[in-house]
Design a protein around this ligand. Structure first.
Ligand code: SAM
Ligand code: SF4
Length: 361
């Protein structure tokens, strides 16, 4: 199995590789709108917020964390539920309509059902959760009752032994049962996130396509991104979305589904009407031009891109006694400072300092 290392993961934030000295000041001095939707300098409107509620996890997926040696935030560094709800309320007042909770593993944070209930009261069109599924079954009905609209469940293999070797802990049966429980609770359409790694699970592409056809669940094939905490990403392990498309469509012809918004997945239906798949080709076909996403890390930083270390701490604003207007201004500044796109495919690309589970995937 590739990507093995147990070295402790240290974090020191540094400027975005494309930032020049003074750039952040310049960005904040520029003519940033103070009313209307969350607009960046390239005209992109941001209405989708991902909130990480914890950096901790009960699994250790090979493409995300080392088996041992991961360091986690102390409890008091995390935003409290009151703080999260407050920031979410400000975001909603600035036009955010979709909210996704993530992590780490969001369901390891105690009291998540009550948080969902409070966020549901804020009034989002779409309130969703990304989970590894290990703790979902007993919570599915209460999460739905609390106002959760749908879930994405991650599952990288349909083979028992391989599932456990990729995710290092947990087991396939529990995750498959959690998908049934989620659907029974009305959390649908259910999406299944699959990270395809060359030589690890790329022989299961057709099995996952068949799974989508048999179950009606939307399987989303995700390209491996340079966001593993071990820092061992390299392109040879990545399987491009294009290759997934070709392999699936040779077996079952696919038809493109017209994009209905800014979703990162390219969507395809099976031409015979049996289900749908999605391709998230963040590396080989970046969707930065239509990106509408913002992130709030579990330690309370606004982050405008997975691949940029440019973070602004709303926790400091809140704990320093700042009001909602200051939170709103910080959010606007974060969006305004966003770069036109990531630079993964450019020679000067520097991996972000924080990894996927620390940012919130
Ligand atoms: N723990 C939850 C889970 O696994 O679904 C939520 C957080 S996880 C960081 C969110 C998504 O990011 C998962 O679907 C996971 O497979 C994906 N992911 C994690 N590391 C990745 C990487 N290096 N490249 C691509 N996707 C990754
Ligand atoms: Fe945990 Fe999700 Fe990362 Fe896997 S991908 S280690 S389940 S946070």
């Amino acid at each position: 199995m590739p990507l093995e290392t147990n070295a402790p993961v240290a974090v020191t934030l540094r400027p975005h590789p494309r930032a020049v000295e003074g750039d952040r000041d310049e960005v904040s001095r520029a003519s940033m709108p103070t009313t209307g939707p969350l607009l960046d300098r390239y005209g992109r409107v941001h209405d989708d917020l991902r909130i990480s509620v914890t950096d901790r996890c009960n699994l250790r997926c090979v493409y995300c964390m080392p088996d041992v040696g991961m360091t986690f935030l102390p409890q008091n560094a995390l935003l409290s539920f009151d703080e999260i709800v407050r920031v979410a309320g400000v975001a909603a007042s600035l036009g955010v309509t979709a909210l996704r909770l993530t992590g780490g593993e969001p369901l390891v944070r105690k009291g998540l059902v009550s948080l969902i209930s409070r966020l549901s009261g804020v009034g989002f069109r779409d309130l969703s959760l990304t989970t590894n599924g290990m703790l979902l079954t007993p919570l599915a009905a209460s999460l739905a009752d609390a106002g959760l609209t749908r879930v994405n469940v991650s599952c990288d293999s349909l083979r028992d032994d391989r599932f456990t070797s990729i995710r290092r802990r947990g087991n396939l049966a529990t995750v498959l049962a959690s998908m049934d429980a989620a659907e029974a609770a009305g959390l649908s359409p259910l999406k299944v996130n699959v990270v395809i790694l060359r030589g690890v699970n790329d022989d299961e592409i057709l099995n996952f396509a068949a799974f989508a056809r048999d179950t009606g669940r939307v399987v989303r094939f995700i390209e491996f991104m340079p966001l593993d905490a071990q820092g061992q990403w390299d392109k040879t392990q990545l399987v491009a979305g294009r290759e997934v498309f070709e392999r699936v469509s040779q077996q079952w012809p696919l038809e493109a589904i017209e994009p209905g918004g800014s979703a990162p997945a390219e969507r395809f239906r099976f031409a015979d009407g049996h289900g749908e798949i999605g391709l998230i080709s963040s590396v080989t076909q970046p969707f930065c031009g239509t990106c509408n996403r913002l992130r709030l890390t579990s330690d309370g930083a606004f982050r405008n891109c997975l691949f940029s270390d440019d973070e602004l701490s709303v926790r400091e604003v809140i704990r320093g006694g700042g009001g909602d207007a200051e939170i709103a201004e910080l959010l606007r500044r974060s969006v305004w400072a966003k770069f036109p796109g990531h630079a993964i495919n450019e020679p000067d690309f520097l991996r972000p300092t924080r990894s996927m589970s620390m940012i919130g995937g």
